[in-house]
Design a protein around this ligand. Structure first.
Ligand code: NIG
Ligand code: FE
Length: 416
């Protein structure tokens, strides 16, 4: 017998497989554990006021105490899983950048385009001219699209402002999205995404703007949860990253950083030492990174759609897992390197290009991704009391069918 109270209730019955369910599940699955994925066959799931209140096998379902205000969904032939968590996106931006895509087809590299003033600087010029309201409206439309793909929690970065005024504008847009979007959002300050052209020869001048002009306002207005730096050649050095992260940490922002996209420069070791929640990209990987990650609490996060779109190496998830480490997957949705935020496609790429099994990749998109955005308490698994949205698939033969049938839309609906 399910005893419901009087909030909006949903009962999903005849579920072919209830995926990633259970109590007292780990907040991280690592190494060989990433193959584990609990699935309850022929199940029901009850949700009230967005909170998971009951689940079990259909044969044990003893009826319902109160049928008022209840939506009943028959999920025969369908799977139910916790919504994906996308722990790394740049969902607030001004305009798409297809012209650079065509330039790359015609032979320029992503790095060459950036050195000519394209790339992040191109996006920053356009964003500086756009109003807060317009940025908000465009981002909200994108979030609705991401939700239709099955994303139930979202991290969004600043980093296309690159002036005090425009970085704060971006973060205020993200704050509004947090308040008004129907899913949980985390905000990351990425003022250190690139050096504006006027600071090309005066790095410390821009770092001073970040430290003295941006971070105090961010602290005062509560504009961010995390702090990010793009640690890369032609961007921020390890020492510059450390200087910025240290000030962020002092005002309560945990680091979540861009490292090892094109070169492994020691950023992973430094970020782990500073207690980073995640190190993201990881297309490049050296022994020193692995040793550092073994001693930390930092989630290595791989972004396979970025590798696909830029034709750069895919992160070596297998090497991380063989070393007993966890892996999270995220989209990196942004107008330059990853114009898709579709996590079913990320799931597929992880299987096809990184040789993760469907179970490993789903752990990387749920439990481990929830950890990478501090949402283990509420998201990532179907457990009593959690408020994660849940996904109902279309009728599919088995779970592996989702990454197998790449490009297909197998998510029918998100509830919660
Ligand atoms: O994560 N690598 C740095 N930042 C973004 C891309 C930014 C852009 O091209 O607009 C990324 O890939
Ligand atoms: Fe990114």
């Amino acid at each position: 017998m399910i005893s419901f109270g009087n909030m909006k209730k949903v009962l999903i019955k005849n579920i072919k497989g209830l995926v990633q369910y259970g109590e007292n599940l780990p907040t991280i699955r690592k190494g060989k554990e990433m193959k584990e994925l609990p699935i309850l066959e022929n199940a029901y799931l009850a949700i009230e006021g967005g909170i998971i209140v009951a689940y079990g096998e259909m044969k044990d379902w003893g009826g319902i105490t109160d049928w008022r205000n209840l939506e009943v969904i028959d999920a025969e032939g369908k799977f139910v899983l916790p919504a994906f968590c996308d722990s790394h996106t740049h969902t607030v931006f001004a305009k798409s950048r297809e012209e650079e895509f065509v330039d790359r087809i015609n032979g320029l590299s992503y790095e060459e385009i950036a050195l000519r003033g394209g790339g992040i600087l191109n996006s920053a010029r356009r964003l500086q001219e756009m109003s807060e309201d317009e940025l908000f409206e465009h981002a909200m439309i994108r979030i609705e699209r991401l939700m239709s793909y099955g994303t139930g929690a979202l991290e969004i970065k600043s980093g296309y402002g690159l002036t005090i005024e425009a970085e704060l504008k971006m973060l205020r847009v993200i704050k509004r999205l947090k308040a008004e979007a129907p899913i949980t959002i985390k905000a990351t300050f990425l003022g250190a995404h690139a050096f504006p052209p006027e600071f090309k020869e005066n790095h410390q001048g821009y770092i001073d703007q970040i430290i003295q002009g941006m971070l105090p306002v961010i602290a005062e207005e509560g504009l961010a949860d995390y702090i990010d730096v793009f640690c890369e050649r032609n961007y921020f050095s390890v020492e510059e990253m450390e200087q910025i992260l240290q000030v962020g940490i002092n005002i309560g922002l945990k680091p979540k950083v861009h490292v090892n996209q094109f070169s492994a420069m020691g950023g992973v070791k430094k970020a782990v030492k500073l207690g980073a929640l995640s190190v993201d990209h990881m297309e490049e990987l050296i022994d020193e990174d692995i040793e550092a990650l073994k001693n930390g609490v930092t989630m290595p996060t791989i972004l396979p759609s970025c590798s696909h779109f830029l034709s750069i190496p895919f992160g070596d998830a297998r090497r991380l897992m063989d070393n007993g480490l966890p892996v999270a997957l995220a989209s990196d949705f942004n107008p330059g390197s990853t114009p898709s935020g579709n996590l079913s496609f990320v799931w597929s790429l992880a299987c096809v290009k990184m040789k993760m099994t469907p179970e490993e990749a789903l752990n990387a998109l749920t439990i481990n991704a929830a950890y990478a955005m501090d949402l283990s308490e509420t998201h990532g698994t179907i457990s009593l009391g959690k408020k994660t949205p849940v996904l109902i698939t279309k009728e599919i033969p088995n779970l592996a069918y989702i990454p197998y049938s790449f490009g297909d839309m197998n998510i029918e609906r998100m509830i919660g």
